[in-house]
Design a protein around this ligand. Structure first.
Ligand SMILES: [Zn+2]
Length: 270
């Protein structure tokens, strides 16, 4: 398996990643199961509210990475500060994880319970580092906002992404975002969250992420999840890998890993 061939099927899935990406066996890995009774409330989180600013016009392009869709963002003007963060972080991209069916698909679970999917808004520390790639090598380099998805009504902001899916069925395909997507509109209505120190949930699984997982899920329709499941994990010129996923991007989530002796903190209650 080469570095680019990791995936989510039986032969290249999460349990195999450690062979090529030793960090995946580390003690600061993500996702985790959020055991809600273990979370400690911390007044330092409430005294310094989490705050974000995004520029919808700066969502540029959507790409099929072979592991899902990813919207790349021109970070200028965006900012994530406060809460557990000491520095100011800039938005780089956002992407999503989902299941084969809607009874699972999230990476983080809450008291053992999976959700239908999970959105990740990836930010990097612009006070200390030059770009996202550099920041990913440092313990305080990245901050990811996690949003749990549950099945319900159609999400208008995610619908703008669904409309681009037919242009990016295959791995490597990308297309310009037609109507600006406002990342702030992908966040839930209440801003209570759990936070802990973790990692990227995809190779190289760098232990550089301050995770901020919102307690309240957002709703997404079954049809929207079905559209995500129609993405292919192979290039247009390649043959379908004919694995148990039939070449589709489904179950693109990593199962939870031990929290170990890391602290789980919370801010607010839903
Ligand atoms: Zn992710």
């Amino acid at each position: 398996m080469s570095a680019v061939e990791w995936g989510y099927n039986e032969s290249n899935g999460p349990s195999t990643w450690v062979k090529n990406f030793p960090t995946a066996a580390g003690s600061r890995q993500s996702p985790v199961d959020i055991v809600t009774s273990l979370a400690t409330s911390d007044t330092s989180l409430t005294s310094k509210p989490l705050n974000w600013k995004y520029v919808p016009e700066n969502t540029r392009e959507i790409i099929n990475t072979g592991h899902g869709w990813r919207v790349d963002v021109k970070g200028e003007g965006s900012e994530l500060i406060g809460g557990p963060l000491e520095d100011s972080y800039r938005l780089q991209q956002f992407h999503c994880h989902w299941g084969f069916q809607s009874d699972k698909g999230s990476e983080h679970t809450v008291d053992g319970q999976p959700f239908a999917g999970e959105l990740h808004l990836v930010h990097w520390n612009k006070n200390k580092y030059a770009n996202c790639g550099e920041a990913a090598a440092f313990a305080d380099g990245l901050a990811v906002l996690g949003v749990l998805l549950k099945v319900g009504k159609e999400n208008p902001e995610l619908q703008k992404i669904v409309e681009h899916i037919p242009s990016i069925y295959h791995r490597g395909q990308k297309t310009a975002i037609k109507e600006p997507i406002d990342p702030a509109k992908l966040l839930p209505g209440t801003f209570s969250y759990w936070t802990y120190l973790g990692s990227l949930t995809t190779p190289p699984c760098s232990e550089s992420v301050t995770w901020i997982l919102f307690k309240e899920p957002i709703e997404v329709s079954e049809e929207q999840l079905s559209a995500f499941r129609s993405l292919r994990c192979y290039k247009p010129e390649e043959a379908c890998p004919c694995d148990e996923l039939e070449g589709l991007v489904i179950n693109n989530y990593r199962p939870p890993l031990p929290l170990g002796n890391r602290e789980l903190r919370e801010c607010g209650s839903v």
